[in-house]
Design a protein around this ligand. Sequence first.
Ligand code: BGC
Length: 333
Amino acid sequence: MHVKRKQLIYSIVLVGFGISFGLMLYYGVKTFQVDEVSTAGQASYDVHIALIMEEEGNEYWHFIEQGAKQQARHYSLYLDDIGPKKSDPEEKLLMIDRMIRANVDGIITQGIQGSRFKELVSKAVENGVPIVTIDTDVPSSERASYVGTDNYQAGVLAGETLIADTTGKKFVGAVIGKFDALNQQERLQGFKDAIAEVERIELVEVVESNITEIGATQATYTLLKRNPKVNVLIGTSALDGIGIVQGIEEMNLRMGHYILAFDTLPRTLELIEQEKIDATIVQHPFEMGKLAVQQMMKLQNGEQVKTKEFTDTGVIRKQDVHQGQMTSTGDLP
Ligand code: BGC
């Protein structure tokens, strides 16, 4: 009796073991097969490009990403689109370094102020990794090409727009994305140069928004508290105009400020139609993404590229927007 029970237990254990072993083999092989397929999938990409954005989840950068992805599909290349959660130059520099060490075939990145960026670009070039700057340039680096707005000229255009659209004494408060962002500095310089000779227009103060809407709202609050005579507000990065309107509404000010924004995000267009934003400077982020990948492909094929590939800029006002859509890009001839 005792021996029989032992035999039964042994048989159960043995059958159990047999089943588990069988399952292990079956799923092991399956896993292996899946691995094989995915590796084969990746191997079909000959070129691996990294796109390093100012921040993830930013609507403006989303358009750049879309343009780049469209071209990546067109050329069948592998595109890694990455960026810090919130704009952070240090984190972006680390990402560039990581991509160079990962030995990607090329890097498209926003230009960053400071010597570390230039050192990394040189390191990339030494390692045979070409760099294309996008949206913000660092011409003194060894980057092969820049694709994006002529930021200084865009600032000049903002100044000229203000001159054309207004009369009488104007005190300007500027909300810029970041003090340390080169494109913001260039836009501001262009704006200052454009209004320099016009006595009735005076730039009173410049505050930064940290490229967030809430930051622009707070910046507007600060600006208007400190300078109640300010009657013009200009925002030089994509969410600044939206934040400025919010700030003015929260302060319950109905002084008919003239507001000049940057970019054509859907909410900016809405505010233009509602006559809360007077004009906005047009950039073409989708086009930038597309062109940057095209430049990179030329570099991969050993072709010559232009060192600067400016995308168009323009200005649009209420008459150029209908039901949330731009009816003109306001491009300059
Ligand atoms: C600028 C970008 C910036 C974005 C922020 C755009 O106007 O060109 O550099 O990241 O605004 O929302």
